[in-house]
Design a protein around this ligand. Structure first.
Ligand code: ADP
Length: 530
């Protein structure tokens, strides 16, 4: 039995020094094994158990019992000693203690199948910030083996190692989270690219590797996004988007196509920031090829069906006329029926004509004019649309700042039609005596055309779809009051896209809508004369 006031020996100091070195170990199991070995050696314990605690919970993944126990048994034993036994007492009181003779102390629970007959025990908590994060129980078969000196020594080792345990736990936790994140990212079918603020690749998932032309993430990390323009044409619009410097919006979303891979994508770029500091960008690309194929199929079907409908419609109209002529009695009720047939046939013919007209515009090559003056186009459009606005007593205001705007290469007829379409929609979907405002201006790179109205607005859930063919907002205000085919905006989008521009929309129900587009302006920096 050792003297109570024993002086520290060199061996003890060695153990304490060894304990402090554990800080460099990050593997949790390794740290815990070393702790068990240190405390056992320090006090000559025959067996040591160690549990990790998280508040009042036990970390079941990290329990080291004195003997081999099946998972079921260890849950029973550990729960019991936590509830009624010595460990529970130490954890609740947050201080270590010694049981000199287990037969005299009812905190010691005897399990009938214990291979060692324990006569003395010591249990020490490991504390960080006043919380018990672990507890070690040491035993010996002789009574009064453990002395206050031992308790002190193990407490010192516990102090030294609790930070190491905490660090290893945190590291373990981070590693686990990282593993989960990787698993989620790798199972994603969407392409994911994370860039730093200099637009260099930081991270990606497996789905992105073929697009980047590499077989492992490591080969691409660190390269700027511009580098990948050589690998796949999908990166051209993305780089273009960055160049346009739209960095004040939180999220950009656009459709793009890789001709090289014959694949359509919905591309979303979000800012990656923390505490108002820009850290980089997250790009997610969703493969929409099937959707686009379906849409192309739908267009083709419509085109064919419209062609085939034309002749029978003309035939029905002709027979309706003949039936009308064959019934000289103008008051006969049959004339009402015939008129209804004629009206409906006319409505259908208009629809078919619309479809075919749109189809023609979509598929015909652009008639590009080298030097289209957008300023005169805007003025012409305003003149053309003034009577339509006046017919509903709508004020048609404008704010045109186009002095000195460079001329652009464009199809003037289609651009004019697109402008007219936006204004006529604004008039159509605004009540009498409302207001429509047309703005046109430009900056270094782009010409902008915007139409704002004080009309009925578009509910948010419909906004993503109004540029699709045949889409009409399905609300009472829209349907009842205004006739239309749902083709105008899809045509505008198609025309503007073909000129490498973009359309957009902002709308609030009951307040009004703001539709706009931009077109790229030619690079006006003076050419190098060398
Ligand atoms: P159409 O006007 O022939 O129905 P469009 O393609 O031009 O077809 O427009 C699609 C739908 O978008 C319209 O049916 C309408 O519901 C909505 N819309 C378009 N412009 C406006 C606007 N300025 N204000 C409110 N709704 C609009």
């Amino acid at each position: 039995m050792e003297a109570e006031k024993r002086q520290p020996s060199f061996d003890d100091l060695d153990l304490v020094a060894e304990a402090s070195q554990l800080l460099t170990v990050v593997d949790l199991d390794n740290v815990l094994h070393k702790v068990i070995s240190l405390v056992s050696r320090a006090v000559g314990a025959q067996k040591t158990s160690l549990f990790l605690h998280d508040g009042s919970q036990i970390d079941w993944n990290h329990i080291f019992t004195m003997r081999e126990l099946s998972p079921d048994q260890s849950i029973k034993v550990v729960s019991r000693v936590m509830e009624d036994g010595f460990v529970g007492w130490v954890v609740r009181n947050k201080k270590g203690d010694i049981i000199g003779d287990t037969e005299q102390d009812d905190r010691w629970i005897v399990f009938p199948d214990d291979p060692i007959k324990t006569r003395s025990a010591m249990c020490v908590p490991f504390l960080t910030d006043g919380n018990v994060i672990a507890s070690a129980t040491l035993i010996h078969e002789s009574p009064y083996h453990f002395q206050p000196y031992h308790l002190r020594l193990v407490e010192i080792i516990a102090n030294q190692t609790s930070i190491a345990i905490r660090n290893a736990q945190l590291f373990n936790h981070l590693r686990e989270q990282r593993r989960q994140l990787r698993a989620v990212l790798q199972s994603m079918r969407d392409v994911l690219l994370v860039l730093d603020k200099d637009r260099k690749l930081v991270m990606t998932n497996d789905a992105a590797l073929p697009l980047l032309g590499v077989s492992a993430q490591g080969e691409a990390v660190g390269l700027p996004i511009e580098h990948f323009m050589m690998v796949d044409d999908i990166f051209e619009p993305i780089v273009e988007m960055f160049k346009s410097g739209l960095s004040d919006t939180q999220r950009w979303s656009f459709d793009a196509r890789s001709e090289r891979r014959q694949t359509d994508y919905k591309v979303r770029i979000s800012l990656w920031d923390a505490d108002d500091e820009l850290l980089g960008y997250v790009i997610v690309m969703h493969d929409t090829t099937q959707l686009h194929d379906l849409s192309r199929f739908k267009d083709e079907m419509l085109r064919v069906a419209s062609h085939d409908l034309r002749s029978p419609l003309a035939l029905v109209a002709g027979y309706a006329d003949m039936a009308s002529m064959d019934t000289p009695d103008k008051d006969a009720p049959i004339h009402d029926h015939i008129n209804t047939i004629k009206q409906q046939v006319e409505h259908m013919s208009n629809l078919v004509d619309d479809i075919l007209r749109v189809e023609r515009i979509r598929t015909s090559p652009l008639e590009l004019h080298e030097r289209t003056d957008v300023s005169s186009l805007v003025k012409l459009v305003l003149v053309n649309l003034r009577p339509l606005a006046a017919s509903k007593h709508i004020t048609l205001d404008n704010q045109i700042e186009l002095d000195g705007v460079p001329r652009i290469v464009a199809d003037p007829v289609l651009i004019r039609q697109s402008m007219e379409n936006l204004i006529s929609n604004a008039v159509k979907y605004t009540e009498e005596n409302g207001r429509v405002m047309v703005e046109a201006y430009y900056d270094d790179n782009r010409f902008y055309f915007v139409v704002e109205d004080s009309g009925m607005g578009i509910p948010e859930e419909h906004q993503p779809y109004v540029f699709e063919s045949f889409y009409r907002v399905n609300s009472r205000e829209h349907k009842n009051k205004v006739k239309g085919s749902g083709l105008g905006l899809s045509l505008v989008k198609n025309v503007i896209r073909r000129h490498n521009g973009e359309v957009w929309l902002k709308s609030d129900v009951g307040v009004g809508s703001r539709f706009g587009f931009w077109l790229p302006l030619p690079d006006t920096t003076p050419a190098d004369t060398e």
